[in-house]
Design a protein around this ligand. Structure first.
Ligand SMILES: Nc1nc2c(c(=O)[nH]1)N[C@H]1C(S)=C(S)[C@@H](COP(=O)(O)OP(=O)(O)OC[C@H]3O[C@@H](n4cnc5c(=O)[nH]c(N)nc54)[C@H](O)[C@@H]3O)O[C@H]1N2
Ligand SMILES: Nc1nc2c(c(=O)[nH]1)N[C@H]1C(S)=C(S)[C@@H](COP(=O)(O)OP(=O)(O)OC[C@H]3O[C@@H](n4cnc5c(=O)[nH]c(N)nc54)[C@H](O)[C@@H]3O)O[C@H]1N2
Ligand code: SF4
Ligand SMILES: [Mo]
Length: 899
């Protein structure tokens, strides 16, 4: 039976509505919800591939698992056993060492209801504020700055501003890839009115930057100098709004004095850009009828992230680019429910509903609403993400419960994080998938229901709350996150002797949790007292604030110039420019930054399951300016060591004009499930912003050294690609470089080392099911270090390993893909002459994910003079989700320039 369920996409903070089609209890398809105000039916390449990622239960966490002693494997247990174990260990540690000896590390990808229960469990039951979230790595600088400038946390803007803006300033945001559906809306607005101006501030020429009228390719970390320089120009050219400044703000004089030294010439010099470009940006911004800035990790992930945010907000306040349609500082949230987490106060430094831990009256309010003694709420702020793992490493925190995040991959300085997880007395990991870098450290693995299987609410970037509905049952014994937290909380109430007449965790469904959360917001700036599941289901997603009795939520805030501070005035702050924490010098001459690719999501536990999503970028790479590469004698694809003060990893070089000389870029996604190391955070810098505690994930000083790894392997195998990945993954770390990719039902392995690691090939053969038999042919030449195997089934080649000499890899891969009966001798598979015999070319990079159109095809059409509409008409690329349109446009421009 086919059913359609209305829900939201589980990826970015755009918060697109989806319609999930399920047949006989399995997810069969996903479409954009035409009635959802965020996306009006559109989805990006990742949203389009959601059903593909939900196709199989291979690799899902299906049963609770427990290990009795470190070093021993975990075994599957029944839920009550796992829940008793977690409650028991947490209770005994709390009894022995106090509440601050335990910690929770949670996630902006949990639903609001999940978040609410965990926050109440940590703060209201155990009495510790040691609950922090991966949002610390993501949004905390934006939160801190909003609070400092406006008195409350929440974007003043809404998505309709995307269509009203006359100048759009992207600061450290690659929205073309990270918020594609919002980008579609911006593209459409600009196409309808080409006088709309785009300014992009990004050290790299991203797909977003390529579409800008002005791209300021600043040196990483110099945004404060840039914004101060722009403000200097606006002040001295009389382009600020004096009346607004006088009536609605505080602190302008101090700011004016502080930016005096930031003349456009000096600021431009610090940023490494032309002075004229800085002035142009200032004038387009200041003189615009409506200037909207969209900012993201390029600002937040910095040791001065709060200052970067404040310096940008200063520009908005000084020119009154706020509180009117199309204007305002709009922090784009990364995760689907980063906002929900902020609302429930699910971080170490806040309390429920935008209350502060340090404020005794606000603590009392929360205690009263939770029905507990005021003293039960700790006044001591908890430890933020990086400090939490340091405390675990130091032994002051004994136990951690990790939910819906993968810190072994995503926190900076992986070595330190791994040490922390090894040192911890007790690690609980609540996960939907088993293939993550954190799962191996779990003493208890709690299987979580995931996207499509759970219900509740999420809040997107524009403060809009949407309902999430379950379309199918969770596989195996997996349970919703809130349920798991509730079960442990009820046990802890008994164990810790805090037994009220009725449990404070008597939740049997998400709805009563939402209702309790809603009551905590009443009278606050984010008041959602007027919302209910029934209203959201009947009238669709709503923006907050939405107090009782209102008919609509509020689209824009501060339209009357009254801010959420006590006196109603916004605050200017005077940020001084500071360079990034990790100093660049002769030993570490490069600035390394990191970020996202279009078709992958974070640690790839979901997107890495889809061959479609791998086709845009199938291998990790280090982007380096061609001049920098040439000076070091490096060619495309050469393997290099990327070394920082903290660690290193090996990556292939990709020469790219998109990064400036001296800057490097690596995608954040690859980790030990798909490559030989934990990825980019092996080298990244945990130095954090002193006010927001957000680490500087966008900057590390590194050096790059060529590394000779002549022993190469390419292996391909057809089968259950996810099962094959799980089988091969444990081998990756043994090689200096190794990477896995999935392509339909193929697993592709690439590896390199100085020489074959002991017994590695035997293990690879076993993992790939290539043990000797009648259909598996082996070729060995020990003297020349060659070892090759190929396997046929019904005379069709379905896998091979080439070690020592990989020259035939592309040809053999093409043969595996072609699935045609094998012609000629099987031994010929290993012959260098094979190349001529098999016609199909190696598969290329797929640019258009929906229509599976590759780069070569597009180049060929461009060579014949095609335009973007021409490509769309002839090849169909860019006609479905549109995520590849920016890239098509770039390819078209490049072809025009070349021609
Ligand atoms: N495809 C995809 N989309 C995603 C995600 C994903 O994993 N994949 N994750 C989601 C999440 S959680 C987040 S937080 C967002 C992140 O969304 P974005 O922040 O837009 O994405 P990033 O690629 O992390 O970084 C943005 C840009 O910052 C630039 N940058 C680096 N240093 C600086 C600097 O000093 N100043 C300036 N101005 N720019 C700098 C980088 O070159 C990069 O292009 O994406 C969300 N959307
Ligand atoms: N170098 C570098 N590092 C970065 C960044 C960067 O730009 N550069 N960006 C940072 C940012 S902005 C972010 S947001 C973080 C993201 O970092 P993480 O939070 O580690 O990213 P994910 O891989 O999305 O982790 C979510 C995990 O939850 C699991 N999961 C999925 N659904 C559910 C569910 O319903 N319940 C439970 N319990 N589990 C589930 C997934 O399988 C996945 O393993 O990375 C940060 N790290
Ligand atoms: S833009 Fe793409 S990833 Fe983000 S919510 Fe929409 S469909 Fe999902
Ligand atoms: Mo994020």
């Amino acid at each position: 039976m086919k059913t359609v369920t209305r829900s939201t996409c589980c990826y970015c903070g755009t918060g697109c509505g989806v319609l999930i089609e399920s047949v006989d209890g399995r997810i069969a398809g996903v479409r954009g919800d035409p009635d959802h105000p965020a996306n009006r039916g559109q989805l990006c390449s990742k949203g389009m591939a959601l059903a593909d990622t939900a196709r199989s239960t291979t690799g899902r966490a299906l049963a609770p698992e427990l290990r009795v002693r470190r070093g021993e494997p975990r075994t599957a247990v029944e839920w009550p056993v796992a829940l008793d174990a977690v409650a028991g260990r947490f209770a005994s540690i709390v009894e022995q060492h106090g509440p601050d000896a335990v910690a929770f590390y949670v996630s902006g990808q949990m639903l609001t209801e999940d978040y609410y229960v965990f926050n109440k469990l940590a703060k209201g039951l155990i009495g510790t504020n040691n609950i922090d979230s991966n949002s610390r790595l993501c949004m905390s600088s934006a939160v801190t700055a909003y609070k400092m400038a406006f008195g409350a946390d929440g974007p003043p803007t809404c998505y309709d501003d995307l269509e009203c803006a006359r100048t759009v300033l992207f600061a450290g945001s690659n929205a073309a890839w990270a918020h594609p559906v919002l980008f579609r809306r911006l593209e459409a607005a600009k196409a309808a009115d080409p006088s709309i101006r785009w300014i992009v501030i990004d050290p790299r020429r991203t797909d977003t930057a390529a579409m800008a009228d002005l791209h300021l390719a600043i040196e990483p970390g110099t945004d404060v100098a840039l914004f101060n320089g722009m403000l200097h120009h606006l002040i001295w050219e009389g382009l600020v709004d004096r009346a607004f400044i006088d009536q609605h703000t505080e602190g302008f004089q101090a700011l004016k004095a502080a930016v005096r030294t930031f003349t456009p010439a000096i600021a431009a010099e610090l940023c490494g850009i032309a002075e004229a470009d800085l002035i142009q940006a200032a004038e387009w911004f200041g003189a615009s009828d409506a200037a909207l800035s969209l900012y993201c990790m390029g600002l937040n992930q910095s040791s001065h992230g709060t200052d970067k945010n404040l310096a940008l907000i200063n520009l908005h306040l000084a020119t009154r680019q706020i509180g009117k349609p199309g204007a305002g500082p709009f922090s784009l949230t990364g995760q689907p429910n980063a906002m929900g987490g902020r609302e429930v106060g699910g971080m170490a430094t806040m309390l429920a509903a935008h209350r502060d831990i340090g404020n005794a009256a606000e603590r009392e309010e929360v205690a009263r609403l939770w029905g507990i003694e005021a003293e039960a709420l700790s006044a001591r702020p908890g430890l933020s993400a990086v400090d939490m793992f340091d405390a675990l490493r130091a032994g002051t925190i004994k136990a951690v419960w990790i939910v819906c995040t993968n810190p072994a991959h995503s926190l900076p300085d992986s070595t330190r994080v791994r040490e922390a997880l090894e040192k911890a007395e007790f690690v609980v990991v609540q996960e939907a998938f088993t293939q993550t870098d954190t799962v191996p450290y779990a003493d208890v693995l709690l299987p979580a229901a995931s996207w499509g299987e759970k219900s509740g609410t999420v809040t997107n970037s524009e403060r809009r709350i949407s309902r999430v509905h379950a379309a199918v049952d969770a596989p195996g014994a997996a349970k919703p996150d809130w349920w798991i937290a509730v079960q442990v909380a009820q046990r802890l109430e008994r164990r810790l002797g805090r037994i009220p007449h009725a449990s404070r965790f008597a939740f049997d469904a998400p709805e009563p949790i939402f209702d309790e959360h809603r009551r905590l917001t009443e009278g606050r700036d984010l008041d959602i007292g007027g919302l209910s599941y029934a209203l959201l289901d009947a009238r669709g997603p709503q923006q907050w604030p939405f107090p009782a009795g209102s008919a609509y939520g509020q689209a824009r805030r501060y339209t009357d110039g009254r801010f959420a501070t006590e006196d109603g005035r916004a605050r200017f702050h005077a940020p001084d420019y500071q360079p990034p924490a990790d100093a660049v010098n002769a030993r570490f001459p490069f600035r390394l930054t990191s970020g996202r690719l279009r078709d992958q999501w974070h640690g790839m536990s979901r997107t890495g399951r889809s061959g479609r999503l791998f086709a845009h970028a199938s291998e990790p790479a280090l982007d380096m300016h061609p001049g920098d590469a040439a000076r070091r004698g490096l060619r495309e694809g050469d393997l290099v060591r990327v070394i920082s003060r903290r660690g290193e990893l090996v990556l292939p070089v990709h020469a790219s004009e998109d990064v400036r000389s001296g800057t490097l870029f690596v995608p954040m996604h690859w980790n030990a499930q798909f490559m030989s190391s934990s990825g980019i955070n092996e080298v990244s810098d945990p130095a954090a912003d002193p006010r927001s505690s957000q680490p500087e994930l966008k900057h590390a000083a590194v050096r790059v050294e060529a590394v000779a790894l002549p022993w190469r392997v390419v292996a391909v195998r057809r089968g259950d690609a996810l099962a094959l990945q799980a089988a091969v993954q444990p081998l990756l770390g043994a090689c200096r470089y190794a990477a896995l990719a999935i392509e339909d039902d193929l697993l592709i392995v690439r590896a390199a080392d100085a020489a074959a690691p002991a017994h590695w090939l035997e293990r690879l053969y076993a993992a790939l099911g290539l043990l000797p038999d009648d259909d598996t042919l082996e070729y060995r030449d020990t003297r020349r270090g060659l070892d090759k195997r190929a396997r046929w089934r019904d005379n069709v080649i379905e896998g091979f390993v080439l070690a020592g000499d990989t020259t035939q890899a592309d040809t053999l891969l093409a043969a595996v893909r072609a699935r045609e009966p094998w012609r000629g001798s099987r031994l010929g598979a290993f012959s260098a002459h094979l190349a001529g015999k098999i016609a199909s070319a190696p598969r290329e990079r797929i640019v258009c994910s929906c229509m599976q159109v590759g780069a070569t095809q597009i180049q060929a059409a461009l060579a014949r003079g095609a335009s973007v509409p021409g490509l769309q008409a002839s090849l169909g690329c860019g006609t479905v989700c549109g995520s590849c349109v920016p890239e098509l446009r770039r390819m078209c421009e490049a072809a025009t320039l070349a021609g």
